[in-house]
Design a protein around this ligand. Structure first.
Ligand SMILES: Cc1ncc(COP(=O)(O)O)c(C=O)c1O
Ligand SMILES: [Zn+2]
Length: 408
């Protein structure tokens, strides 16, 4: 197997950079670098059947992934998650083609495994020994796990009120975990300041070029799962936005290889009202988002007040005829219960937010019952157990003579 990675190209000014050394952002304009592949050659090596027959993890796309030597791949079996029909959730509108992409089944319980799996593998290939990252929570879990598997030193910085499990995972995986008085952008400042002197490679969202290559595989998989015709809409809970950027790139690459046509799903970004910079910029017709003041939401992964890839997301949302929409934390809580109860999918608040948004868009007609729609259940609610109040379940005694009457 051979990777057809060519180089890195700035998504903003077009400057090109070597992929044989560590890169972060564009040296000319500071914006996001995207990996480029020789797709003409790649398509001669692989076809849809080859991809279908390979082991079911995200590295089955090796030719259009950034690692050159398969021995450098650091994997925990990420990717190839199920696409589950969600008929009960769609029933109120008679929707027959609503699906959940169940990313909570990834290692460390979220889709962050894909991005960090790719970033750690490429970093290993380029000789990195220590990595630093800011995180809203799940990215830190994933980085800690892949770092452990690669034998690297990991330093993660998270807001101090991050869900407990993310802290516990980092500790168990042997990462150096720090809690920060502030939000993810404050965590990012710390990593930026300390990385040069400590020798850490900074894998902040979209400031490192390969996390989005891992997230890209969600788009590749969707194409495969929809039999090489993309769905009509994708609803994606947006923090830093790597998934939207990655999937949009995946569709472009698949079209260039001739595997799909020019049709694109409506790319719909969901945020929480307590932190909705992309929604605000979308509504104001802007290409760049301002820092969202006093960001606050129960969906930790959506608490990202500023995103370096804002223009790529907003361009994709607009070009696809999608939209950016916010929902309240109360709506997210309701949706968490609905998704769990209706479909048996234990969706994190971020994932449940997509259903809360879906309901609005079905009610106002933006989405139609006959359209195929994918909700991204990006992480497992196992990671956020503290958000679930106990139900006050009755306690019964096996020796109680009235047992039968106590159990309804
Ligand atoms: C569960 C969950 N959903 C969604 C997101 C947002 O993902 P992205 O940064 O790709 O927009 C995160 C990020 O932390 C997350 O943990
Ligand atoms: Zn540039």
């Amino acid at each position: 197997m051979k990777s057809y990675l060519v180089n890195l190209k700035c998504s903003y000014c077009g400057a090109e950079y070597s992929a044989e050394e560590l890169q972060t952002t564009c040296k000319a304009c500071g914006k996001v670098l995207l990996a480029q592949y020789d797709l003409e050659s790649a398509k001669k090596d692989i076809n849809k059947d080859v991809i279908l027959r390979r082991p079911q993890n995200m590295w089955k796309w090796f030719e259009i992934m950034p690692v050159r030597n398969p021995e450098n791949v650091v994997t925990l079996g990420e990717g190839c998650t199920p696409l589950l029909p969600a008929l009960r959730l769609g029933k109120p509108w008679g929707a027959q083609k609503l699906f959940i992409k169940e990313e909570g089944l990834n290692p460390t319980g979220s889709f962050k495994a894909r991005g960090m799996g790719a970033a750690v593998s490429k970093a290993k290939e380029l000789g990195v020994k220590a990595i630093g990252a800011p995180s809203a929570g799940n990215a830190a879990s994933a980085l800690s796990a892949y770092g452990a598997r690669a034998g690297m030193d990991i330093y993660v910085f998270m807001p101090q009120d991050v869900p407990d499990m993310m802290r516990k995972e980092g500790m168990m995986y042997g990462a150096n975990v720090y809690l920060v008085k502030g939000l993810i952008n404050d965590c990012g400042k710390i990593v930026r300041t300390l990385s040069p002197e400590r020798g850490w490679f900074d894998v902040s969202t979209l400031k490192e070029p390969y996390r989005q290559e891992g997230k890209k595989t969600m788009g590749l998989e969707l194409a495969e799962q929809f039999n090489w015709e993309l769905p009509d809409a994708i609803i994606y809970p947006t923090g830093g936005g790597t998934g939207i950027v990655g999937m949009w790139k995946a569709f472009d690459e698949l079209e260039k290889m001739g595997w799909i046509g020019s049709k694109r799903p409506k790319m719909i970004s969901v945020q929480s009202e307590g932190c909705a910079p992309i929604v605000k910029a979308y509504n104001e017709g802007k290409r760049h988002a301002d820092l969202f003041a006093n960001a606050d939401t129960i969906a930790a992964g959506l608490r990202v007040p500023i995103a370096i890839g804002d223009y790529i997301m907003l361009d994709a949302i607009r070009a696809s005829g999608g939209k950016a929409i916010s929902v309240t934390d109360d709506e997210i809580r309701v949706a968490m219960r609905e998704v769990s109860k209706a479909e048996g999918v234990f969706a994190s608040p971020e994932g449940a937010a997509t259903y809360a948004a879906y309901k609005h868009m079905m009610d106002d007609g933006f989405l139609k019952p006959e359209e195929s729609v994918v909700l991204f259940s990006c992480g497992s609610l196992f990671k956020n157990a503290e958000l679930i109040p106990l139900g006050g379940e009755p306690i019964v005694d096996p020796n109680d003579p009235d047992l039968a009457s106590r159990v309804k």
